[in-house]
Design a protein around this ligand. Structure first.
Ligand code: ADP
Length: 233
């Protein structure tokens, strides 16, 4: 139906944005590397060692830094695009919908799903943001379980706050990687698979909702990301 289509387009859009950004940021970085190499390795008598030439190389470096900066700013703006209107939605229904969309993937990967969300729970928050957040967390959880496992979406409430947890029984995250998790372009999945923008987008969306995100993980046992949303119940 229509909502499925919107969701699928959204997923494709996230993927495209991510690949595009990663690609674009590599170009200015490559220029910076090449021109700093030329400056550093210039032979004293060569044309490349003359002050004018070096000045022109430095200009290329400056422009490349400017370019990379612009790309990052655009990415920040992307997360402001969806409005901060509040919707009222049923988290159990949303979880059911997302699990249904991924059914094939889960079957192939040998992943069991569990939905531990009260059927009657209504949240007052931005639905588009919530979808961005969940889609990214779920897709990371799947990647973390190449040999299968359990993927769980759970929620609890405390007063008017909601705690939404996506957990997996996958590989876990090392201490070394924990501090970089939410940085844009941080990925351990290799250049063709990971873009390093998923958790960055998640972080931005959570911020936009005025919430917090935390992670609990154990190597070889699994990972749980919990989003706390204030005043949404
Ligand atoms: P990407 O998925 O493109 O790598 P993300 O920003 O979504 O980018 O994630 C960054 C990195 O965080 C991943 O490459 C992975 O190393 C780690 N990560 C994220 N979620 C999980 C998870 N559930 N289990 C293990 N590692 C994870």
């Amino acid at each position: 139906d229509e909502s499925k289509l919107i969701l699928e387009n959204k997923m494709a859009a996230i993927g495209e944005l991510a690949t595009g950004m990663a690609h674009e940021i590599r170009n200015p970085l490559g220029l910076i590397r090449s021109y700093s190499y030329l400056i550093r390795n210039a032979q004293p008598q060569a044309v490349t060692a003359q002050p004018e030439t070096i000045a022109s190389y430095l200009t290329v470096i400056d422009n490349s830094i400017e370019r990379a900066n612009t790309i990052i700013s655009n990415l920040l703006n992307f997360s402001r695009l969806s409005g901060d209107e509040r919707d009222t939605f049923n988290l159990h229904a949303l979880g059911t919908e997302l699990f249904a969309l991924g059914k094939k993937t889960y079957e192939i990967a040998g992943i069991e799903t569990a939905l531990d969300v009260p059927e009657t729970l209504l949240l007052h928050s931005n639905l588009e943001s919530m979808k961005h957040i969940l889609i990214n967390l779920l897709s990371n959880a799947i990647d973390a379980m190449p040999d299968g496992g359990t993927l769980k979406l759970a929620s609890t409430t405390k007063g008017r706050d909601a705690f939404i947890t996506v957990s997996d029984t996958g590989e876990g995250i090392s201490d070394e990687h924990i501090k970089s998790l939410f940085l844009p372009f941080f990925t351990t999945k290799g250049p063709n698979k990971g873009t390093g923008l998923g958790l960055y987008i998640v972080y931005n969306e959570v911020q936009k909702l005025g919430g917090e995100i935390s992670v609990k993980t154990k190597l070889g046992e699994g990972t749980a990301f919990t989003v706390r949303l204030r005043g949404v119940v």
